[in-house]
Design a protein around this ligand. Structure first.
Ligand SMILES: [Zn+2]
Ligand SMILES: [Zn+2]
Length: 723
């Protein structure tokens, strides 16, 4: 490849096209596979990547020249192969997948210098206290960034500029400080427990220079992070780069702090809260090899590493790893794909692994590494199912009497309690007592959820909002609207009446910005609240040392959906949230309010029998031919008119090629039949495990009638949601 000096190359452009285009390499320009270039495309310059030799020999004289090669390392072969693979698997055009890699051209330009000042030794004639402070700051003779001088001396920028004019400071340009320092694997090597040490030695059986996957399967509070940090250390020692992917990076400041304590410096970060300049600098640092460790969101999977040696996915079961717009990929599965091409290791870490990963571990494809005891001698919480048929809450309330007594006792002991309900807002449904009118979103088939703090009714699908009316919009009767069912704001109202002296906080994703939420989390950690009311936001990754009681107000909530993963998702969230109790030295207790105490999920929870849950769930999946024993692909046909969507879905179905073992379901109106004014109809394809379902769906769509007008077909391979 290095000797390859072609005059015509295939360039993948970062727009939504099906394959690379041919371009001519002008004389004097040199490119290799992976070179990042700018090429003319329909009248403007577009970023692209040299993919290789063109497949077809288009007449040379009609080709356009590559405009520019960027002076940045060519993308690695493993990353290009990952892009091809993700495109083939998800049916997203490769140019669209490439856009996840090439985010901006700014990252391809040389690093900008920063303006700095150094003392000249010349004393200005007129001195002021502010000028003294500045000269004191720069007395070391080093070059100081302007902002650093301002910060250290507590003066305004004009003082610095004045000193420059007076000849006391000289201006110069210096390289910007690195966005992240090199983590030191020897900075704070921890003492692991015997069980953690065993887990680490199992992971170390995977060659640090070869592909291999470990499932780090351990109870909440069992110390998984310490173990995978040591695998990160091994990767750094081997001269390779490490990537840790988290589901909720914006809220996990404590994770970054832990990394810094272990490795002596903060990792580079990659998530949506970064400024464009931070992103560009991070991207550049990774491709230059200056950045050795990254902690990021799922999109970090497409960063331009050249020496990737380890990918850790923490909370690998988490639904946030599935992307559901643009390219429908699952970060867990694509991490394994990239690691395979990069000859890297993967550690999937979870207290409640996905059924897929457990099955891979059972089959020996992944190394199964177990951590079964909790840290610091804290036991597992004692879990009780509260049968709501036997012990119902009083009318108009949602907290059963026994749970309320437990909350009182907990608060009396000066400990914290958490009431969990995975439903934002005040009430999931508002109706008119006079005429029975139910308030629905005008653009979606969904009820409007009341958010009482803000006085609005809101659609959780499209974000539509309207003021909660005083007068029923259907019958005109005044003050006739009543809320049906609870959301966490309504629970807060009940809590305020029952536990008036408790310091209470509500936590859900709509309760403020990420930084406000981070503040709430640290206040809870410091014990500034007695009672926390929260949605699934509180279920993950936080250490609340004083929290000893968890009450799940509607443990059945996730089970109602027609979703093959409903039991798994419910088991995961219940395990995560009950795992918040008793993480320090005190034992914890958890209560599940349920109408189905005999459901296998509730039984597994109460008996703390994870193995029983996985065994039962795998049996159910096998019997139904569902993942991981079979494969699913969803086709969602949408249109402005219902008949158009349904009509096209029927046409698609009739065009479906026959295939052995393949079953098609539908078309049927989607459970949420309208979103943002578009009608949605679903088709579902189910196949055996070893069937190339992506290839089948591609062939099917190519052989069917083209979509036209406002019709759209979205393909979701391995769907995780079924709305
Ligand atoms: Zn009415
Ligand atoms: Zn809506």
């Amino acid at each position: 490849m290095d000797q390859w000096l072609p005059d015509i190359v295939a360039v993948m452009v970062s727009v939504s096209v099906e394959g690379p285009y041919s371009y001519r390499v002008p004389p004097g320009m040199q490119v290799v596979r992976g070179s990042i270039v700018a090429v003319p495309l329909v009248g403007r310059l577009t970023l692209g990547v040299v993919w290789g030799v063109p497949k077809d020999n288009t007449a040379h004289n009609r080709l356009k020249d590559i405009e520019q090669v960027y002076d940045t390392p060519p993308l690695s072969d493993e990353l290009l192969r990952t892009v091809d693979w993700v495109s083939r698997y998800t049916l997203a055009p490769p140019g669209l997948v490439l856009r996840s890699v090439l985010r901006s051209s700014e990252a391809l330009e040389p690093e900008r210098q920063v303006m700095a000042y150094r003392k000249t030794g010349h004393e200005p004639e007129r001195m002021t206290p502010a000028r003294y402070r500045v000269l004191d700051t720069v007395a070391d003779g080093l070059a100081w960034a302007k902002s650093a001088i301002v910060g250290a001396s507590g003066v305004s920028a004009s003082v610095v500029e004045g000193l420059e004019r007076a000849g006391a400071l000289e201006r110069l340009e210096i390289p910007a400080p690195p966005i992240a320092l090199k983590p030191d694997p020897e900075a704070a090597v921890p003492t692991l427990s015997a069980e953690q040490a065993t887990a680490l030695s199992q992971i170390r059986e995977l060659d640090v220079r070869k592909f291999g996957v470990a499932l780090l399967d351990g109870v909440t509070g069992g110390g998984k992070t310490e173990v995978f940090f040591e695998a990160v250390a091994d990767t750094l020692r081997a001269g390779r780069q490490a990537l840790i992917i988290l589901p909720e990076i914006a809220l996990t400041h404590t994770f970054i702090d832990r990394f810094a304590r272990r490795f002596g410096t903060r990792p580079a970060e990659w998530h949506s809260d970064m400024t464009p300049s931070q992103r560009s600098r991070t991207w550049r640092g990774i491709t230059n090899g200056e950045i050795r460790a990254v902690v990021g969101a799922r999109s970090a999977l497409f960063l331009p590493f050249h020496e990737l040696g380890l990918i850790v996915l923490d909370e690998e079961h988490d639904g946030a790893f599935k992307q559901n717009d643009g390219v429908n990929y699952h970060a867990r599965d694509m991490a394994v794909v990239r690691a395979k091409f990069a000859e890297a290791r993967v550690i999937l870490s979870s207290a409640t692994p996905s059924v897929e990963s457990r099955n891979n571990a059972n089959a020996g494809r992944y190394k199964h590494v177990l951590l079964t005891s909790r840290f610091a001698d804290a036991g597992m919480p004692d879990i009780t199912a509260l049968d709501m048929r036997e012990e119902p809450p009083e009318k108009g309330t949602w907290i059963a009497p026994r749970l309320a007594r437990e909350v009182f006792a907990t608060l009396d002991r000066g400990e914290q309690a958490l009431l969990f309900l995975n439903r934002r807002g005040y009430a999931p449904l508002t109706l008119c007592r006079a005429c029975g009118h139910q308030y629905q979103c005008p653009d979606c088939s969904a009820w409007l959820v009341e958010h009482r703090f803000r006085g609005v009714l809101m659609c959780h699908h499209c974000g539509h909002e309207q003021k909660r009316p005083k007068i029923c919009s259907a019958c005109g009767v005044e003050d006739s609207l009543i809320p049906i069912g609870p959301g966490i704001e309504r629970i807060a109202e009940e809590v305020a009446v029952r536990f008036p002296d408790a310091r209470t906080v509500i936590l859900s994703s709509d309760m403020g910005s990420n930084s406000q939420l981070r503040d709430r989390f640290s206040e809870i950690e410091k014990g500034e609240y007695d009672l926390v009311i929260g949605t699934q936001l509180v279920a993950k990754g936080h250490h609340f040392e004083k929290l000893t009681l968890v009450g799940v107000l509607d443990a059945d909530l996730g089970l109602a959906h027609g979703d093959p993963r409903a039991a798994e998702k419910t088991f995961q969230i219940l395990t995560q949230v009950t795992g918040r109790a008793g993480r320090a030295a005190k034992a914890g207790r958890a209560f599940l309010q349920t109408y189905h105490p005999d459901h296998p999920v509730m039984q597994a929870m109460v008996k703390q029998d994870r193995e029983a849950f996985y065994a039962h769930e795998l049996e159910v999946r096998e019997a139904g031919g569902l993942p991981p024993y079979g494969r699913l692909a969803a086709l969602i046909v949408s249109a402005n008119e219902h008949d158009d969507a349904m009509g096209f879905a029927r046409t698609l179905l009739s065009a479906a090629p026959q295939a052995n073992g393949l079953r098609l379901f539908g078309p049927a109106d989607a459970p949420v039949a309208m979103v943002r004014g578009r009608h949605r109809v679903r088709l579902l394809a189910q196949s055996p495990k070893d069937f190339d379902l992506s290839g089948y769906v591609r062939f099917w769509l190519n052989s069917a009638e083209r979509v036209k007008g406002n019709l759209r077909v979205q393909v979701d391979i391995d769907p995780m949601s079924f709305y």
